[in-house]
Ligand binder design. Structure first.
Ligand code: ADP
Ligand code: MG
Length: 685
């Protein structure tokens, strides 16, 4: 393959390729667009398109596609060939500026939450020049936005891009007040750490639940779970290592900085982390990485699972979203530097982040609310559904000193001695880590830990950027009027720290029962399930927030809310239907077969087991009939919110009632009869 640097980004229409293939003025304009968010001169688009086409054809491409992110769980693409017939059976390869700029995929079947009817189905995909085009499977992929005929956002990218601009505008105002007048633009950065399961593909294909829903709907706890913690950071299995190597090469080719890989807490669970980039590029490359991981896994005989909770009783998968802000001069605005206490600019941005989470924690909760993530949040493996901010010892000391008006003594960087002469002294961090916090300061960025593994990071980042824009705007409004900036800024910082130190800031154990009670006393919202979380999305103050910053119009927001309810209901409905199918067509026939065998076996053990099998089989059948009835009831359970609550309160419990006898049957029915691979089969290979 060559060295990493030889392979890296060879499938990307990168800066390097642009420099080689574009005239100098066009290249410079593209760079300004990508790095400084300046609109590209329309006169240059034909030139860029021609260069892109020639490059893609040199890479073996026959097709091009706008690649966009509708309001579903996946990405969308429609391929068109470069072929243009010229009469007399001749043809040329063509790709114009118009082809690059926009396409009309129609795509009337994507959810819009009512933004458009199927009768006015026009929708356009529009080139996003701030994310890099790439080639894959002989096709040129062009990252794109997806808008309706009337210009409304029907995808996950447009609001994210708008939110970056909103934040940039307000952050620049504040930075100018801080004396950084050379800053023109602020970008938000994200580094998503991706968790996933890798299981044998042949076993995956034997389970309809995994195929249809991404998670197991049945499965008894195996005799060995994760209690020994012998998987976490353990040596990677050779066949998994081969998968990872292959996957890395493919990701590197696509310009994705995959760096860290290790085994996670659960058996068969792993993590892959890239190096951070802008939130827009990180969002695109994360979607792309999931695709690459899935297809590469299949080549190696594995199925790659991104569901938030593929196995009951075993840790699920999240996607920690590391987030920060950086200026066009390259300064990370969440870098505390060596003296955070005296660094007013850093403290302003820190205070703004804290206040934003405090004021808008419900929106962060909505941004990651899905049926899949409900299994994970608060299940002692992921943060609870309550938002709080963890700062660590060093910053907490700074915050407390400022809030209480006390003198701050900075911690001395200490060293640690392992107690072995041959090992040199180690530098110790001034702050420990807290794995249980949903929003933790980790050195020079915040880590938002509530997102689910399968989710797009566009929504949480869109919310983070927007709520931050709002707080920065409030700060800038106030400080622009101040006579003495430094005094006014320190006063503002103190007010925020005083108010929040025993409110949204919490450094303790987020998994504990006491925290739930304490959080309730503090008045922090706790929306345990998705329907509750979604229902507050269009509170008047939130509608106003998104409208004020031109991130979502009131219509766009309400439509998104409707789509979220629909997705929640549909996901669980498919799970319930799959359960019924598996019980009737797989599990019950197996139980009948085994029961018959027991009945002709002349032994008291067989008789005793037979009674238990028959009782559980009857329970299972009754519970399944009940679930079918609940599903029937869904048809008349209203729309949107009402349907979602019905799903949560009637269907979900009916599903649990089906699972219980089935899982017990699995533990007593002979292996020979049991029709689906068990957790033990799947997780220990
Ligand atoms: P940790 O061990 O604290 O999780 P890592 O160095 O493994 O830290 O980083 C986790 C992720 O955070 C990586 O994807 C990394 O690129 C990303 N990251 C680092 N700095 C930033 C930043 N300024 N903004 C956004 N993400 C960042
Ligand atoms: Mg981390």
């Amino acid at each position: 393959m060559g060295t990493i640097t030889e392979v890296f980004a060879t499938s990307v229409f990168s800066d390097k390729v642009m420099k080689e293939r574009l005239p100098a003025d066009v290249y410079a304009a593209m760079k300004r667009t990508i790095h400084h968010a300046e609109a590209l001169d329309p006169n240059y688009i034909n030139t860029v398109a021609a260069a892109m086409k020639d490059w893609a054809i040199s890479k073996g491409c026959t097709h091009f596609s706008h690649w966009f992110q509708p309001l579903t769980a996946s990405t969308a693409e429609k391929h068109d060939s470069f072929l243009l017939p010229k009469g007399g059976m001749s043809a040329i390869e063509a790709f114009t500026g118009k082809n690059l700029l926009q396409s009309e995929p129609d795509a009337s079947s994507f959810p819009s939450g009512g933004l458009r009817g199927t009768c006015n189905a026009r929708g356009y995909s529009v080139w996003d020049p701030t994310s890099y085009a790439f080639v894959k499977n002989k096709c040129l992929y062009i990252p794109a936005c997806f808008v309706s005929y009337t210009g409304e956002a029907m995808d996950k990218k447009i609001p994210l891009l708008r939110s970056v601009e909103a934040l940039s505008k307000e952050a620049v105002r504040l930075l100018h007040l801080c004396g950084k007048t050379d800053v023109h633009y602020v970008r938000t950065t994200a580094g998503p750490e991706q968790e996933y399961f890798l299981i044998p593909y042949d076993l995956y294909m034997k389970r309809k639940d995994l195929q249809y829903t991404g998670r197991t709907l049945f499965g008894a706890k195996p005799s060995k779970g994760q209690e020994l913690d012998d998987q976490y950071f353990a040596a990677i299995k050779p066949q998994v290592k081969v998968f990872m190597e292959d996957c890395n090469i493919e990701l590197w080719r696509l310009g994705i900085n995959a760096t860290t890989e290790h085994n996670e807490a659960a058996p068969c669970q792993h993590e892959l982390a890239p190096i951070f980039d802008t939130t827009n590029i990180s969002n695109d490359t994360n979607r792309l990485a999931l695709d690459v991981m899935k297809t590469t896994a299949q080549k190696h005989g594995f199925a790659c699972l991104f569901h938030e909770k593929p196995f009951k009783g075993i840790n699920g998968s999240g996607k920690h979203n590391n987030w920060s802000m950086a200026t066009d001069q390259g300064e990370n605005l969440l870098n505390p530097t060596s003296d955070p206490y005296h660094n007013t600019q850093f403290l302003l941005f820190l205070a703004a982040a804290i206040q934003s989470v405090s004021d808008y924690s419900e929106l962060l909760r909505v941004s990651i609310a899905t049926a899949g993530n409900d299994h994970r949040l608060g299940a002692l493996e992921a943060p609870p559904a309550i938002l709080s901010v963890y700062l660590g010892d060093e910053l907490t000391a700074v915050v407390n000193a400022i809030a209480d008006g006390k003198k701050y003594v900075s911690p001395v960087k200490t060293t640690m001695n392992v107690g072995v002469a041959a090992i040199p002294e180690l530098k110790k961090d001034t702050t420990d880590r807290n794995r249980t916090s949903p929003f933790a300061f980790t050195g020079n960025k915040f880590e938002f830990r509530m997102s689910g593994a399968s989710q797009s990071i566009s929504e949480p980042n869109m919310v983070l950027n927007t709520i931050m824009a709002e707080t920065l705007r409030k700060f800038a409004n106030r400080l622009e009027r101040a006579k003495d900036f430094e005094t006014a800024a320190r006063k503002l910082i103190r007010e925020v720290f005083k108010r929040e130190k025993d409110h949204i800031i919490f450094n303790g154990n987020g998994y504990s029962k006491q925290w739930q009670e304490e959080a309730a006393r503090r008045g922090l919202p706790n929306h345990a399930t998705t329907p509750e979380a979604i229902s507050v999305y269009d509170k008047p103050e939130y509608v106003k927030l998104f409208a004020d910053h031109a991130v979502l119009t009131p219509d766009e927001l309400r439509c998104r809310k409707a789509v979220m309810f629909d997705n929640y209901v549909n996901q669980i409905k498919i799970e319930a239907q799959t359960m019924c199918e598996m019980v009737i067509r797989d599990i019950l026939p197996a139980c009948f077969g085994y029961s018959t065998e027991l009945s002709v076996t002349d032994s008291s053990a067989a008789a005793e087991i037979g009674v238990r099998v028959n009782t559980l089989t009857d329970d299972l059948y009754a519970a399944t009939k009940n679930l079918e009835k609940a599903l029937e009831g869904l048809k008349s359970a209203g729309i949107g919110e009402e349907k979602a609550y019905y799903t949560r309160d009637v269907i979900r419990p009916a599903m649990d009632a089906v699972r219980a006898p089935a899982d017990e049957l699995e533990t007593i029915v002979s292996r020979e009869y049991w029709p689906i691979p068990t957790y033990g089969d799947i997780l220990y290979y």
